[in-house]
Design a protein around this ligand. Structure first.
Ligand SMILES: Nc1ncnc2c1ncn2[C@@H]1O[C@H](COP(=O)(O)OP(=O)(O)OP(=O)(O)O)[C@@H](O)[C@H]1O
Length: 510
């Protein structure tokens, strides 16, 4: 199928979109559960190609076809870049929606479902980072960051704001390619920034100060703040600004980046919510103190990304030219990266939950059926005095048990949470459920040439040579089995017939 020039509508593709049935695909397993529907790994039965199918949730009849899906389809149809997820087609399922038991769901009687078909990606960044013992190397972090910035630069030049940059929306395949996904909150912008935009976008931990202070006129700098948070998270091993709510998010930002005034951020005191959130006393910027273990070039780039004033924040293009990407160890060639068993946030969360449940069940079992004593205690004889017990001393001389959870898991982050975050460092849910926003036309533009060529080292690559990842662990290469040994992957190993385990588990498409 012909591919249109960047930014142009692919008219060759248009007539077939939406004309095929979802029955052309065999459902393999669920890999994601988003605000707007489930995501499944599936196989196209004719070609055996593995794809990802995102079901568009149509629960709310009154609102009709969801605006987020319209926006995502509209924008993705026009973006064609190696670091942006490819939307291949839209497919439909006829007839009423049915539940897991096959009964039609009330209120959806006459509706079929609509699915977006994407190229399949083996991991999302959050799922990958949460693999037990996972440690990214410096060349690997540089490689991911470089691809993230390249994809985002392409979006920004084509006047698209992503507005939900976070780990679970950065997809990675086993060739080491990183692609931006989930354009449900994306929208086009014009460089004159005249219209008012909603400020209730971007997941809270990655939301920039201008949105938290009520700005409705903003641009690509909002995505660059999120990129700064991801960058620091990759180097730090845990999220850097895990606020529980909007005021706490701003407080955390000010504790790290200092309190803004009109000198460092002209006009900040006039922002809609500045007075509501003004901290009681001025705080100094402490990015360098907080992250003094980062290397000098990483810290320099991070400072520029986490600049409070959006007009002074570094752009994606300038970030790609930063010394960080041009000094040793250089970003590695994506292809030189190790292949990991598939890891999506949805699955890593589920596995952790199952493990936790199994541990709790084992604990309960132990309490209900304590192991038999090898020696029975002597029976109290009538008339025998009770042994003396000092205050605080139990019958079995067990030391007092500290209050708190009996297991060792870290507190979940938002809806479930990664266990790579040390206890205490994690502040509970920060997920912003207020996804919404506005529609809007799409402005296209040419994809710019990079000034410098790819800074890859030689073919030998720095795999294993660029120093181990940050944090306590050693190099990550040995962790996780090689691709294909125990996890799902592309290829013909999904060619079971219609009675496969996954089919039985998930039933047919609805
Ligand atoms: N093309 C794909 N290949 C593999 N996995 C995918 C793909 N697209 C999405 N996923 C998985 O599904 C998850 C949810 O997808 P997506 O973010 O697009 O849905 P959403 O409903 O918008 O979710 P959210 O509410 O979390 O933003 C992703 O984090 C990822 O793990």
């Amino acid at each position: 199928m012909a591919v249109a020039a960047p930014g142009q509508l692919n008219l060759d593709e248009a007539p077939s979109w939406g004309s095929r049935s979802v029955d052309c695909f065999e459902k393999l397993e669920q890999i994601g559960e988003g605000t707007y529907g489930q995501v499944y790994m599936a196989k196209e039965t004719g070609t055996n190609e593995i794809v990802a199918l995102k079901k568009i949730r149509m629960d709310n009849e009154r609102e009709g076809f969801p605006i987020t899906a319209i926006r995502e389809i509209k924008i993705l149809k026009k973006l064609h870049h190696q670091n942006v997820i490819k939307l291949k087609e839209i497919v439909t399922s006829p007839g009423p929606e049915r539940d897991e038991q096959g009964k039609p769901i009330d209120g959806n009687k006459y509706k079929g479902s609509i699915y977006m078909v994407f190229e399949y990606m083996d991991h999302d960044l959050t799922g990958l980072a949460d693999r037990p013992g996972m440690r990214f190397t410096v060349p690997q972090i540089k490689c991911y960051m470089r691809q993230l910035l390249t994809g985002l630069h392409y979006c920004h030049v084509n006047q698209v704001l992503h507005r939900d940059i976070k780990g679970s929306n950065l997809l990675i395949d086993n060739e080491g390619n990183l692609k931006l996904a989930d354009f449900g909150l994306a929208r086009s912008f014009s460089s004159d920034h005249n219209g008012n935009l909603t400020n209730r976008v971007i997941t809270l931990w990655y939301r920039p100060p201008e949105l938290l202070l009520g700005s409705t006129k903003y641009g690509p700098a909002v995505d660059m703040w999120s990129v700064g948070c991801i960058f620091a998270e990759l180097l730090n091993g845990k999220p850097i600004l895990p606020g529980k709510n909007e005021p706490e998010q701003l407080t955390k930002i000010f504790e790290l980046c200092g309190t803004p005034d009109d000198t460092i951020w002209p006009g900040v005191t006039k922002m809609p919510w500045y007075n509501n959130f003004k901290p009681p006393r001025p705080l100094k910027r402490r990015v360098k103190d907080f992250f003094k273990h980062f290397d000098r070039h990483a810290l320099d780039l991070l400072e520029k990304m986490l600049t409070l004033d959006p007009s002074q924040r570094i752009s994606a293009k300038d970030a790609l030219d930063a010394e960080y990407f041009w000094t040793d160890p250089l970003p590695c060639d994506p292809k030189s990266l190790p292949k990991y068993e598939a890891s999506h946030e949805f699955q890593t969360k589920k596995k952790r939950q199952q493990q936790r449940q199994a541990e709790e069940a084992a604990k309960r079992q132990k309490l209900n059926h304590p192991p038999p004593h090898s020696r029975l205690p002597p029976l109290q004889q009538p008339g025998q005095a009770h042994p003396q017990m000092r205050p605080g001393q139990g019958m079995h001389n067990v030391p007092p048990v500290a209050a708190g959870p009996g297991h060792h898991y870290a507190k979940p982050r938002g809806p479930g949470g990664p266990n790579r975050y040390p206890q205490g460092g994690n502040q509970g849910g920060g997920y912003n459920p207020n996804r919404g926003g506005q529609g809007g036309g799409y402005g296209s533009g040419p994809y710019p040439q990079q000034g410098r060529g790819p800074p890859y080292p030689g073919a030998a690559g720095p795999r294993g040579s660029g120093g181990s990842g940050y944090g306590a662990g050693g190099p990550n290469y040995q962790q996780g089995g090689p691709y294909g040994t125990s996890g799902p992957g592309r290829g013909p190993n999904y060619s079971q017939g219609s009675g496969s385990r996954n089919q039985q588990q998930y039933g047919n498409w609805q």
